[in-house]
Design a protein around this ligand. Structure first.
Ligand code: SF4
Length: 437
């Protein structure tokens, strides 16, 4: 039969949104006869789903594209495509720089992937489409989901916030929200496939505006049969309403974990970042969240080395971290992204200072994370089993409702089981324990 038995290798860089987009592209390509492979040599089609949030991510992609040149020489029928944020940002430049790339598909056009691949198969001509960054969201999707326990369901795309360091509004377009019915039906589809944990996804998930508030949407999904755990990411502090806090507190299956990127701990830098809240506002929010959801875990993202950052700003950030006591923080060095306002700001910080501050920040946070995890020793936590650890198949891993990683000795548990584990050891990024009957 035409089009059967073709192999697709998908390489996904970057955030969860790219993972979800890749699953959607794989689903569409399955319909025209492509099945996934891990083996580059047997692939008939390779798609790199790219990220451009940091310069290092872009460098990796260029390195990867370069390596595929030899592969294409050995197998001229191989089709090579670049999709995602870097495709959107670079467009035809990618083909100019690497003519062995067959097609470049922007973020708003990923739902066109099957049509584009078929036209490249037929005509063997370069194809570039980055025309509509805020493209319509397809109403029907058939993602080919990876994993077996947890999965992502995108609820909105794009961002309207224009934080001055961030490339997302330029490469992902303006905010578009999916209709609630489409989201519910995708959640049910994922549950029917056996998934237990759903993460509602968006660049700015709590500014969802698909005909109901995000809090309402969350409460509806919380009640869908089979959703054993419900999460969401990523939230902007400015949109974290009282209604949403109540929805998390009252939800039965909504997990007590909020990832709430603060990005910095001084008002001066927050303003220069265009984050539209102050340190005081953020602290108030934390207080409100902790009062309403006592066992909540809070995690955050932080950027060090933003242009104009002084020793004083940095010291304020360390004080801020000590005041909030996040369960974990993902720390990044500021990366200058051309096309964003901050790239043109004066007083860019030198690399040595950036690294020194990053280390100091991580040291402070690591101590806090460890202290938080140590407080759980001897407690019994509910763990959703993920499967065997990467390094030892006798050790299984899972996550608590607070999204903490737990390692335990494997008995007769299976991926997807909800079990109780008594915590006996704590490290900065994980907990260890024994299963309880
Ligand atoms: S909220 Fe800010 S950091 Fe997040 S995606 Fe939008 S512009 Fe980027």
């Amino acid at each position: 039969m035409h089009g059967m038995d073709k192999k697709l290798k998908l390489l996904t860089y970057g955030c969860q949104m790219n993972v979800a987009d890749s699953e959607r592209m794989a689903g569409l390509l399955k319909q025209i006869g492509y099945s996934l492979t891990d083996d580059f040599d047997e692939a008939d089609l390779i798609i790199i789903n790219t990220c451009c949030v940091r310069a290092t991510a872009e460098d990796k992609v260029f390195g990867q594209i370069g390596r595929f040149k030899t592969l294409k020489r050995q197998k001229p029928s191989l089709i090579l495509g670049v999709a995602g944020c870097m495709a959107q940002k670079e467009g035809a430049n990618l083909i100019k720089r690497a003519p062995h790339v067959d097609f470049v598909l922007g973020t708003g056009q990923s739902s066109e992937v099957a049509r584009v691949v078929q036209s490249v198969e037929r005509e063997r001509k370069h194809f570039v489409d980055i025309s509509n960054v805020s493209g319509d969201i397809p109403t029907e999707v058939f993602p080919l989901r990876g994993g077996q326990v947890s999965t992502f369901v995108p609820i909105m795309y794009g961002c309207n916030n224009f934080c001055t360091y961030c490339i997302v509004p330029y490469v992902r377009g303006r905010e578009r929200s999916r209709k609630p019915e489409e989201i519910f039906s995708e959640v049910k589809q994922a549950i029917a496939e056996g998934f237990k944990e759903i993460t509602l996804l968006g660049q700015n998930v709590n500014s969802y505006a698909g005909g109901m508030t995000f809090a309402e949407l969350l409460s509806y999904v919380d009640k869908i049969a089979g959703v054993e755990r419900l999460r969401f990411m990523t939230s902007h502090p400015k949109d974290l309403s009282d209604e949403l806090i109540a929805a998390i507190a009252n939800g039965k299956n909504t997990c007590e974990h909020i990832h709430l990127p603060v990005q910095y701990g001084s008002d001066k830098i927050l303003q220069r970042m265009n984050r539209v809240y102050t340190v005081e506002k953020y602290l108030e929010l934390v207080k409100k969240i902790r009062a309403a959801i006592p066992n909540v875990s809070l995690t955050t993202d932080l950027i060090v080395g933003f242009p104009g950052e002084t020793d004083k700003d940095f010291a304020e950030t360390l004080d801020f971290l000590k005041a909030v006591k996040f369960d974990a923080a993902f720390t990044f060095i500021y990366s200058k992204r051309s096309g964003t306002p901050a790239a043109t700001f004066e007083n860019q910080i030198d690399d040595e200072t950036k690294h020194r501050r990053l280390n100091e920040l991580m040291q402070v946070q690591n101590e806090i994370s460890l202290e938080k995890n140590r407080a759980l020793i001897d407690s019994v936590v509910e763990v959703l089993v993920e499967g065997a650890s990467k390094t030892d198949d006798k050790i299984f891993t899972g996550r608590t409702r607070q999204n903490k990683l737990v390692l335990f000795e494997h008995g007769n548990e299976h991926a997807g089981d909800l079990i109780n584990v008594k915590i006996s050891q704590a490290q900065t990024w994980l907990l260890k324990g024994t299963t309880q009957k």
